[in-house]
Design a protein around this ligand. Sequence first.
Ligand SMILES: [Mg+2]
Length: 300
Amino acid sequence: MQLTDSPKFGFLIDMDGVLYRGTELIPGADRFIRELCRRDIPFRFLTNNSQRTRRDVVARLNRLGLEVEDQHVFTSAMATARFLAQQKPGGTAYVIGEGGLLTALHQHGYAVVDHAPDYVVVGEGRTFNLELVESAVRMILGGAKLIATNMDPNCPTQNGLRPGCGAMVAMLETATGVKAFSVGKPSPVMMRAARKELGLTTDETAMIGDTMETDILGGAQLGFHTVLVLSGGTKAEDLPRYAYRPDVVVPSIAELADMMDVYGWCPPWRAAAQKATPSSIVQSPGSYGNLPVPEITAKE
Ligand SMILES: [Mg+2]
């Protein structure tokens, strides 16, 4: 079915658990991204991982077979650097983190120092050690503001979970009694900046993610449309535990592409508003608005 008027819309897309798991592309991700490019539908990849620069992220996605460019990537490191440059232009930062964060700060006019900084900024990385923590604690107690690129408690790897930025920040918070200000998802700072990157309004923006605490919460708080994919960390049976819910739940991005196909690449909520009722979609309880959504089936 082709819907005639096609209002503007675009997607903010989480990466880990949506596009890939570890080094494996999730089936359908390449088709979804290819269609967005082909149809000039704006999108940005939104990642809380501040370790890599956007160039590094693009190289990784290209290796996985996704033809995307630098402009498509928006990391928590970029959001953090942009935020700090607005708060205090030309400031100084002591950084516990890696290339993505250091590059973003430099690009926004920040000097990275190891004495009396304006901010202690903590991001993802494998260079964390107690000497860095000790220096950071003294700086925070000396008046430096504590900034986290994100508060994710852990991150999935091929070998299970590794501690995330939030776990490292918790150590500094406990030692100093100072609460960090976090910029990454679900913070409105990053969500709003990403929406502005798309050049779209709130109602034209949708967030696709696999994590309720970051992707879906952030999207819901900003009033974006939200799509939860079950190809990452969240299971369908987890959903009743949350006070907020995604607008659409699909097994993976492949089924979202199928849904978009049915509606002529009009997003499901637009189709719902236009009361479209394609016969190829299975009626199920918990449908979005008037829109019957596909039944959720377990992924093999
Ligand atoms: Mg994810």
